[in-house]
Design a protein around this ligand. Structure first.
Ligand SMILES: Cc1cc2nc3c(=O)[nH]c(=O)nc-3n(C[C@H](O)[C@H](O)[C@H](O)COP(=O)(O)OP(=O)(O)OC[C@H]3O[C@@H](n4cnc5c(N)ncnc54)[C@H](O)[C@@H]3O)c2cc1C
Length: 511
């Protein structure tokens, strides 16, 4: 195994790793990026619902196991850009209170070691980097921002505007989803985004979605100090004799093992794979896994309580680009329930092929088509709480994921509440639960919002990373993907991962 030496080695190119590369590339330091996937191919199948949703074309065919040893296919993909290649690009800031300790009906959501104010400048940078479109001051739970969104909001289509108006009339506060989509509504002829119906959950064939590949990796990969190796899966990290520094990164490519050295090594493989990599790197000095003196590596895995519903009414819904509106009126609870409930947002428009995989429960063909053409489709998120027993382990080199639902009371109330509201405003004669979006038939598959497996904190006994996301135990090892979350809030996680990567990047660039 030939050895080469770099200033920084970044492992993984998703929301965390890709954004970090963007921050570090201008330093001129020698950077090696190792990514287990390749570039996601641009092909007609990018926008083919059957390929994407029924045949899982862009998901890994790897098998993970649940706590009973049953195999399942996780809803995750390995590409340059990571899961941002298929995400819905809803780019939210956590709420200010999410950074403190919050009492939930199901327990406590712990405080972060940094405040919202400390992360705020990096949220602003991340919104600029990913060109977020939105409008401030419509969402009452929105934290104070130092700047406007870089671009105005993506407008609702007529049916959604109608629902927006109906909700407002009832006293609710619908708002525009902050979106990382390169859409210029007023100049569609020159807009990169063509406002189509294959965005949320699909790769973007015309590269009009702001993702870590298009916005961070590609613009930097031709720089002389940056080297990207794709199809390079990191297998383990080897420390020096003291166990205090990572000396060598071992990866496999084209069936061969390679070793590289880096002054600083940053893991960003996604919360599950980063934990797996630390566990796979156990040695004499770190018998329970690298940087795991706390025993917390792999624990406190979170993925949100998620639900999707179709509100079907007699009125057709010809909306094409549907993911434009959200509601946070119940984020912190309501008059009858004093604990947090969660967040409501529109999904990308559901079509008959997305419903088809659930066909035994419904009538096929025309009926599915009719349902899809009359439905308005919603995504509900509640916070799940960190539980040390919800965890990633490795057995015989295979990922095992143990997860038991928690904190469901507020989430269930929100689901019911939202269904009642849709009926009240006559936007749903009936409601159909829709389980396809994250393929929730086997609930564990739904790992899109994975986080928490190497949380940051002040105390090395209860956390894996310090405030700067450096491992407490190994002085040149950092983690910058969703693993660092001590709690998950109830809005989509990516903007927080990106903002934090910029924050950690600044620290690394200075040091
Ligand atoms: C269908 C879907 C829709 C979503 N919609 C939204 C949304 O609208 N808004 C939002 O905020 N979030 C959304 N998410 C979640 C979002 O995509 C993730 O939160 C985010 O991508 C996580 O970033 P990350 O850096 O932690 O991991 P990832 O983005 O998953 O990146 C991990 C990277 O590490 C690489 N890797 C893994 N293991 C190794 C290894 N051993 N060696 C080398 N490389 C490795 C992977 O290939 C990948 O490139 C969605 C997710 C899905 C699946």
């Amino acid at each position: 195994m030939a050895e080469e030496k770099y200033d920084f080695i970044i492992i993984g190119t998703g929301a965390g790793g890709g954004t970090l590369l963007h921050k570090l590339a201008p330093t001129g330091k020698r950077i090696l990026v190792l990514e287990r996937g390749g570039f996601l191919p641009r092909e007609k199948e990018n926008w083919d619902t059957v390929q994407v949703f029924q045949k899982d074309r862009y998901h890994t065919d790897e098998e993970w196991k649940d706590h009973k040893g049953r195999s399942f296919h996780p809803g995750t993909g390995y590409w340059v850009g990571g899961n941002t290649k298929v995400y819905g690009a809803a780019l939210f800031r956590l709420r200010e209170k999410d950074f403190g300790l919050v009492e939930h009906s199901g327990g406590v959501s712990p405080a972060w070691p940094i405040s919202y104010k400390e992360l705020e400048p990096y949220y602003t940078q991340a919104e600029k980097l990913y060109g977020v479109r939105g409008r401030r001051q419509m969402d009452r739970t929105e934290p104070k921002a130092s700047e406007e969104y870089p671009f105005g909001p993506i407008k609702h289509e007529p049916r959604i505007q109608e629902i927006h108006n109906l909700l407002e009339k009832k006293g609710y506060n619908p708002f525009y989803i902050p979106l990382g989509v390169k859409l210029h509504d007023d100049m569609l002829e020159s807009s990169k985004c063509i406002r189509c119906d294959t965005c949320d959950g699909f790769p973007c064939l015309v590269h009009a979605k702001s993702d870590a590949d298009v916005d961070c990796v590609r613009p930097n990969m031709t720089m002389q100090n940056v080297e990207l190796r794709t199809h390079a899966k990191v297998e383990c990290l080897v420390t020096d004799e003291s166990g205090k520094r990572v000396e060598t990164v071992v990866y496999s490519k084209d069936g061969e093992k390679h070793a590289v050295k880096g002054n600083t090594v940053v893991i960003s493989c996604g919360a599950v794979n980063s934990a797996a990599l630390l566990l796979a790197s156990a040695n004499d000095k770190h018998p329970d896994g690298l940087a795991n003196s706390s025993g917390m590596v792999g624990r406190n895995f979170m993925k949100h309580n998620n639900g999707a519903i179709l509100g079907i009414s007699s009125k057709p819904n010809p909306t094409v680009f549907q993911k434009t509106m959200a509601v946070n009126d119940f984020y912190w609870g309501d008059d009858e329930f004093k604990y947090p409930m969660g967040h409501v947002q529109l999904l990308g428009k559901v079509n008959k092929d997305m419903l088809a995989a659930d066909a035994p429960a419904f009538a096929p063909g025309l009926v599915l088509d009719k349902m899809a053409s009359h439905s308005v489709d919603w995504w509900i998120t509640g916070e799940d709480l960190p539980d040390p027993e919800n965890r990633v382990t490795l057995k015989d080199g295979k990922i095992h994921l143990h997860y038991t639902d928690n904190n469901l009371k507020g989430f269930d109330r929100l689901m019911k509440k939202w269904c009642d509201i849709l009926k009240e405003i006559e936007c749903a004669d009936y409601i159909v639960p829709h389980s396809l979006y994250f393929r929730k038939k086997i609930p564990l598959q739904a790992v899109g919002h994975q986080c928490g497996t190497a949380r940051f904190g002040e105390d090395p006994k209860t956390s894996v990373l310090d405030k700067n996301c450096r491992t407490h135990d190994v002085e040149n090892l950092y983690v910058v993907d969703g693993s660092f979350f001590p709690s998950s809030g109830a809005v989509n996680p990516s903007l927080t991962i990106m903002a934090n990567a910029l924050r950690v990047g600044e620290h690394l660039a200075k040091s």
